[in-house]
Ligand binder design. Structure first.
Ligand code: ADP
Ligand code: MG
Length: 695
């Protein structure tokens, strides 16, 4: 097997390949575009395209595709062969600069939320040169943004790139105030930790709910779940280890910095964490990672479940979105630093995040909203649907002391004057202990833990970048006009802490007391997608995205509508699947078993032998079967009464208020039946098999 150095990035048209293969001038010009976000010269594009094609052909590619991320959170690709006809019936393999830079996708079936009518179905893809092209399955994939004819964003990448630009612009203004003229660009970095489940393919294939909904819609808790805590960081089973090794290799070939792998809390649950990258690349890489997890799993006769809550009663899966900002001179702006100057700058950037999270709790919550994630958020295993920040006791004490104008009473008792003193050291490990907080400071970055495992990380990062850009914009406006920078800075930091400290909470976010306390503090609680997504259209949020030119009002509306629409559709699919499974599998199996019991009962009675247990069991079975049948009717009725005329909001809210409760009742009845029905009669594999099958 080749070593990691030879393997890593072997299928990526990365910087070293470009340096080798491009004429010096072209390489330099392309770099200018990449580093400074400039427009690409068509002549440069054409040289790059040709070099890219030659490289791809040498590596066995036959097709190319503009690889993009439409609004349904997956990736889309339409393959084009490199061939061009020649006179005399021959072909040559060609790829022009125009084909590299811009594509046209007649993708009228992709969701657009009213941004594009079908008669104007054309959408355009445009190369994102900051994310390297790569070869996957003999196809050269070119990461692209996807827009409508009128330039409106129809994808997840466009607003992410715009939000990165917004953050850059405002952060650089702040750095200038601190005299950091060497840093000319600021880029957000993201390291998404990805959780997932692995189940045996043979068992998966026998469950329609896993096939259609990606999660179990029935299933009673097995005798053993995760209560012993023996799976987390446990020894990895050989079959899972083989999957992980294979996955790493595939990801490394594609330049994804897969680094950490371990067993997670629930049985059959695992995690992979990459080394962080700039936000858009991290997002692309996370999409590739999810795709590869599924692909590689099937080679091992496994299925990788990325749903947020595939199993009731054990933990669901999320994505921890580690986020920070770096200057092009390599400085992490959320690192507390070692000098008074760095400390002051750190406190300002920290304050910008605190203010942003407090003022835009609604947007952060909306950015992680989906039908699947609703089952996870607030489930006492994942961050609640209330957004708050964890800073750790030491940093919180420092901020409190600053606000009160008092001494910091930690281990190094002293006054702190911003810009004069260095922040006292707070050990990194004490900052990472609270795993219950949705938005935690972990020493030199923030970790947003509310993202669902199947989601694109784009939405959350668009929001984080934009809301922090807005804090920084207001800070820069104030400080640029200040007569005395140092005292204005001090006042600003103290005022920001004072105004926004309600968002800081270092306690247990899973507790009931926190829910009450958060309400007292006036923090938002948006329990489901139905309340969360409409927040995109709040006046203040339309203004925010407008100021920073990240999303227009119609683009925001399309995102809200598509989100609500997928929510309603997902629940509809789940409800239909439940009806199918309960009518055609569960009820018939239970009746067959009841029939068998009745027969046994009669036979035994004929033999004049006393037998009491069949009576009790039979009446419990039949009573519950009747209940199941009523629940089937109720769910079917709820589905048939869906209002014909609806808006995305009213349709979603109907599904939540009428259909979800009927699904829960049906499940409760079926799960009861599962517990008392002979295993050999039960029509599909149960939790004990699914969760403990992979060895
Ligand atoms: P843990 O959370 O397990 O202590 P780390 O803190 O080392 O582990 O990293 C967790 C994730 O955070 C990794 O994906 C890592 O690359 C990412 N990460 C670390 N530093 C940064 C940063 N400055 N910006 C964004 N992500 C980061
Ligand atoms: Mg972490």
């Amino acid at each position: 097997m080749p070593g990691l150095e030879d393997l890593f990035g072997i299928n990526v048209f990365n910087d070293s390949v470009m340096r080798q293969r491009l004429p010096k001038e072209t390489y330099k010009a392309l770099h200018k575009t990449i580093d400074e976000g400039r427009r690409l010269d068509p002549e440069v594009a054409s040289v790059v395209a040709n070099a890219m094609k030659d490289w791809a052909l040498e590596r066995g590619a036959t097709h190319y595709t503009h690889w993009f991320q439409p609004l349904n959170s997956v990736t889309a690709e339409k393959h084009d062969a490199f061939i061009s006809p020649m006179p005399g019936g021959a072909v040559i393999q060609e790829f022009s600069g125009k084909e590299l830079v811009r594509g046209e996708a007649d993708a009228s079936s992709l969701p657009n939320g009213g941004l594009r009518s079908t008669f104007e179905a054309r959408g355009y893809t445009a190369w994102d040169p900051t994310s390297y092209a790569f070869i996957k399955d003999h196809v050269l994939c070119i990461p692209t943004a996807y827009c409508s004819y009128g330039g409106e964003a129809l994808d997840k990448k466009t607003p992410l790139l715009r939000s990165m630009e917004a953050l850059n612009k405002q952060a650089v203004r702040i750095l200038r105030l601190f005299g950091r003229l060497d840093a000319t660009r600021v880029t957000p970095t993201v390291g998404p930790e990805q959780e997932y489940f692995l189940v045996d393919k043979g068992l998966f294939d026998r469950r329609s709910d896993l096939i259609f909904a990606g999660r179990t819609l029935f299933g009673s808790k097995p005798p053993k779940g995760q209560e012993l805590g023996d799976h987390f960081f446990g020894t990895i089973q050989a079959r899972v280890q083989a999957f992980m090794a294979d996955l790493n290799e595939e990801l490394w070939k594609l330049g994804v910095l897969a680094k950490t792998e371990h067993n997670e809390t629930a049985p059959a649950q695992h995690e992979m964490a990459p080394i962080y990258a700039i936000a858009n690349v991290a997002c692309d890489h996370n999409q590739i990672t999810m795709e590869m997890m599924k692909k590689v799993a099937s080679r091992h006769n496994l299925v990788c479940l990325l749903a947020e809550k595939p199993f009731e009663g054990v933990n669901g899966s999320g994505k921890h979105n580690n986020w920070s900002m770096f200057t092009n001179t390599g400085h992490n702006l959320l690192d507390p630093g070692d000098s008074p100057h760095e400390s002051a700058q750190f406190l300002l950037f920290l304050a910008s995040v605190i203010k942003a999270v407090d003022e835009y709790q609604d947007l952060l919550r909306a950015s992680v909203a989906s039908a699947g994630n609703d089952h996870r958020l607030g489930g006492c295993e994942a961050p609640p649907a209330i957004i708050s920040i964890f800073l750790g006791d030491e940093l919180t004490e420092i901020l409190e002391a600053l606000e009160a104008g008092a001494s910091y009473s930690g281990r190094e008792k002293k006054d702190m004057t911003i810009g004069v003193d260095v922040l006292p050291k707070f050990p990194r490990d004490t900052t990472d202990r609270n795993r219950t907080s949705p938005f935690a400071f972990t020493g030199n970055k923030f970790e947003f833990r509310s993202l669902g495992s199947s989601a694109s990380v784009s939405d959350a990062n668009v929001v984080i970048n934009t809301i922090v850009a807005e804090s920084l914009r207001q800070f820069a406006d104030e400080l640029e006009n200040a007569a005395d920078f140092r005292s204005a800075l001090h006042d600003l930091i103290v005022r920001t802490i004072h105004d926004h400290k309600r968002i800081i909470f270092n306690g247990n976010n899973y507790s009931e007391e926190w829910v009450r306390e958060a309400e007292k503090r006036g923090l938002l609680s948006l329990p489901s997608t139905v309340e969360a997504l409409p927040c995109y259209m709040a006046e203040k949020n339309i203004r925010l995205f407008g100021i920073h030119q990240v999303l227009s009002e119609s683009e925001l509306r399309s995102r809200r509508d598509i989100g609500l629409d997928s929510y309603a559709k997902m629940i509809n699919i789940e409800a239909e699947t439940m009806l199918m499974m309960s009518r055609r599998q569960i009820l018939p199996s239970v009746l067959a078993y009841a029939g068998k019991l009745a027969e046994t009962h009669n036979r035994v009675r004929e033999a004049s032998v006393p037998l009491a247990c069949t009576n009790g069991l039979l009446s419990e079975l039949c009573g519950e079967a009747d209940k199941l049948s009523d629940c089937i009717d109720a769910l079917s009725d709820a589905l048939s009464r869906k209002p014909a005329e609806s808006t995305p909001e009213s349709a979603a809210s109907y599904m939540r208020n009428r259909v979800l409760p009927a699904m829960a009742a049906l499940r409760a009845s079926a799960d009861h039946l599962e517990r008392i029905t002979d295993r050999s009669y039960w029509p599909f594999p149960t939790y004990d098999e699914l969760l403990f099958s992979v060895r």
